[in-house]
Write a protein that binds this ligand. Structure first.
Ligand SMILES: *Cc1c(COP(=O)(O)O)cnc(C)c1O
Length: 413
């Protein structure tokens, strides 16, 4: 093991003085992560829910290998290429309504940054000055860059600690009934002249704690956005590509956002790629004879051909294989097999949506001890805050999923 390199690595979200040593992964296959010491773990997380077809799917490998021989990368300024054009038109066809202009980036956070820039400049281009702020929701997660931190949950996004470094946005409670919608309506009315857009994760606030809401909430947010003439940005980086039971979560509410962000499962968990997709009217606000009306953004590795090839291959698999049926089956199995956790004294709630299973605890006293206990069971389950969750590959076998749910029950008991 290259253990000496550990003193040169800075790990994410980790207090490195007290955290246990990270495991070294050696290879992956399907829903299994093999460690350097030979242990084989059943993966309940699918690498932050990206590896939707399981690891090492041969179809994605073949597509990426072919692209690697032909052209691993070329700049996207002044040049385009077939993998990106194919992917853009396929995404436009898959997405509802006239979400048809695809801007590629290389991470989810940057896709959200681009969505924010699009929304703010949309109003500038339309000659409406001062509409520079965003409305987002407590419990939300939209990324780790400064612009996205400002629209995350204020505590998780460390707004107090980073005060002065973050733009001040408007944070509201995600409404779920008439009273809370009335309260939100008032907040929007008070800020109507300075707001550019509402940003929300549809159906599931993911990394903020896996909290679910009803499609009706989204429909009412769409109505509110329309009432005040605001853009509605849906961050589907967590929910996109089948995770909640439909290809995109917004389909369940039958609404079309003005801008949607995608990443995570876009390449089937193989490469960094993200997309910000805008509706026609949004794009048209940037289309004029004035060069200053152009969208001034362009990541160096934008629309990387390898990543686009992987994403196209991943979309092939969604077409050829019964992924959404698998999501339903996984959901049923988790509902059934996680239900006994409800009876445990440490458990506050058990909930399942699509292929997302959540066991919420009254509290997690020692997160590191809990993680170690799962490791002992030879499962890769990563509790955070007060939740233990499963977001497995959509191809996980019945048996592998049972090993995960059994381990959760055994460890929590
Ligand atoms: C993961 C995530 C992001 C950030 O994506 P990165 O690729 O980690 O920058 C943004 N929004 C949501 C909803 C996410 O789940």
């Amino acid at each position: 093991m290259a253990a000496e390199g550990l003193s040169n690595i800075w790990l994410p979200y980790t207090q490195m003085r007290t955290a246990p040593m990270p495991q070294t992964a050696k290879r992956t296959e399907g829903s299994v992560i093999e460690l350097a010491d030979g242990r084989r773990l059943i993966d309940g997380i699918a690498s932050w829910w990206t590896a939707c077809h399981g690891y090492n799917h041969p179809h994605i490998h073949d597509a990426v290998s072919r692209q690697l021989r032909e052209m691993p990368h070329v700049m996207f300024g002044g040049l385009v290429h077939a993998p990106a054009l194919d992917l853009a038109s396929r995404l436009a066809r898959l997405l509802p309504g006239d979400l048809e202009r695809v801007f590629f980036t290389d991470s989810g956070s940057v896709a959200v940054e681009v969505a924010i820039k699009m929304a703010v400049q949309y109003w500038i281009n339309k000659g409406q000055r001062g509409r520079t702020r965003l409305l987002s929701f407590r419990g939300g997660y939209h990324g780790d860059t400064l612009g996205t931190m400002a629209i995350c949950d204020p505590e998780e996004g460390m707004h107090a600690m980073f005060a002065g470094a973050l733009p001040e946005q408007i944070l509201a409670d995600l409404p779920d009934d008439d009273a809370s919608f009335t309260a939100l309506d008032k907040i929007i009315a008070d800020h109507r002249h300075e707001l550019a857009a509402i940003v929300v994760e549809p159906l599931v606030q993911g990394a903020g704690g896996m909290v679910f809401h009803a499609p009706e909430t989204l429909r009412r947010l769409r109505t509110l956005a329309d009432r005040y003439g605001l853009l509605l940005i849906l961050d589907e980086i967590f929910t996109g590509f089948g995770r909640t039971g439909s290809m995109f979560a917004c389909e369940q509410a039958s609404i079309v956002p003005d801008i949607i962000t995608l990443s995570k499962a876009l390449t089937g968990g193989t490469m960094a790629l993200a997309a910000t997709v805008a509706r026609r009217h949004v794009f048209e606000a940037f289309s004029s004879d004035d060069p200053r009306h152009a969208l001034m953004h362009g990541p160096t590795f934008m629309a990387n051909p390898l990543a686009c090839a992987a994403a196209n291959a991943s979309l092939d698999l969604f077409e050829r294989e019964p992924r959404l049926d698998q999501v339903a089956t996984i959901g049923d199995q988790m509902r059934h097999e996680l239900a006994p956790c409800r009876a445990l004294p440490c458990v506050r709630d058990v909930r399942v949506m699509g292929a997302i299973g959540v066991v919420q605890l009254t509290e997690i006293e020692n997160l590191n001890a809990l993680k170690a206990a799962f490791l002992k069971e030879n499962v890769w389950v990563r509790p955070f805050r007060d939740i233990v969750y499963l977001t497995p590959a959509l191809t996980i076998s019945r048996d592998e999923l049972s090993q995960l749910t059994t381990a959760i029950h055994r460890v929590l008991r």
